[in-house]
Design a protein around this ligand. Structure first.
Ligand code: PMV
Length: 325
């Protein structure tokens, strides 16, 4: 058995969203995206190779089966393709936040697995190659290899070697994210299914994709200039345009609940009252509210009072995936 390797990785949240693939098998995004890696929430994953029998994946104390296990084994096959003879993998992985509920657990999960498996297999990969490997598990995971502000490039090559993330040298340490949790339990439509269905049936899909590249440039410029109003406008629009394209699919993909809509109105009211806040929503019903560090507690206090909010999680920019003792 290879020595066990443990990795900690953080999820990330997109300021400019990824929603649509140019290649399903290689998980190549149809457009870029821009994200912030967030802690303290994290995934901790330990792996070792050289076991007899089949791969074994334990996620939050439950052995993975079915589609989940098949996806994980397909991922590990990419490592074994480089180094046959590694044997079966044993993995244990825990998230200290809800899994598959639109809180980006796949981003930290596959970033952690990419780094852990490559280290356990003694496969030397550059950060860019690690990002490419993580992307094969989940598009957003390519971004969680890096900390802080991260840009995903859609690339152009058919093999996907240029569809990787890279860090953007703009400080984001004063950003805070408050996650307003609205529903307990896993989401109903996995992001891959939701985006494929949007691509196939939404008349707004092309229009959505065309918004992405300019939004990334505008958001980076706004962060660099510390222009909060511009940042709010660009990023909130990206989230709503992504959801508009999904809602326009046939039948529509709707991740929102009543509390999600209440939160959209509440954020608008707070912004009109002068609070530095804007929102984003991923493939789930929760609303993530960006604010400045100076306003974190005030924003959290009023979010807790919005009807339907079960819990408010605090998050701040975090580093990329790392091997830990
Ligand atoms: O890569 P996935 O399957 O986790 O898809 C991520 C999709 C969104 O979270 C909705 C947007 C994003 O860019 O993170």
């Amino acid at each position: 058995m290879s020595a066990p390797v443990t990795v900690v990785a953080h999820p990330n949240i997109a300021l400019v969203k990824y929603w649509g693939k140019r290649d399903a098998a290689l998980n190549l995004p149809a457009a870029g995206s821009l994200s912030v890696t967030l802690g303290p929430m994290h995934t901790r994953t330990t792996v070792s190779f050289g076991h007899a029998g089949d791969d074994r994946f334990v996620l939050n104390d439950v052995v993975a089966t079915g589609r989940e296990a098949a996806k994980l084994t397909a991922f590990v096959e990419r490592i074994r393709a480089h180094l046959p003879g590694l044997g079966a993998l044993h993995m244990t992985s825990t998230n200290d936040f809800p899994t598959a509920a639109g809180l980006a657990s796949s981003s930290s999960g596959f970033a952690a697995l990419a780094l852990a498996t490559s280290q356990a297999a003694a496969l030397p990969l550059t950060p860019s190659e690690l990002s490419e490997l993580a992307r094969l598990g989940s598009g957003s995971a390519a971004r969680s290899i890096f900390g802080g502000l991260v840009r995903m490039d859609p690339g152009q090559l058919a093999d996907g070697s240029d569809a990787v993330a890279s860090p953007v040298d703009v400080p984001v340490d004063q950003l805070r994210v408050l996650v307003a949790v609205t529903v307990r339990g896993a989401k109903e439509v996995a992001s891959t299914d939701g985006m494929n269905h949007t691509m196939e049936t939404s008349p707004f899909y092309r229009a959505w994709i065309d918004t992405v590249a300019p939004a990334i440039d505008e958001a980076i410029a706004a962060l660099r200039a510390d222009d909060w109003d511009k940042l709010s406008m660009v990023c909130e629009a990206s989230a709503l345009q992504m959801h508009a394209s999904a809602i326009a699919a046939v039948p529509g993909v709707l991740y929102w609940r009543g509390a999600t809509v209440e939160l959209i109105h509440a954020v608008r009211r707070q912004r009109a009252a002068g609070m530095p806040v804007f929102l984003t929503i991923d493939a789930g019903p929760h609303v993530k509210v960006f604010t400045r560090a100076s306003h974190e507690n005030a924003v959290a206090a009023w979010l807790r009072d919005v009807p339907g909010v079960l819990e408010v999680l605090h998050a701040a920019p975090a580093p990329g995936a790392v091997v830990v003792p």
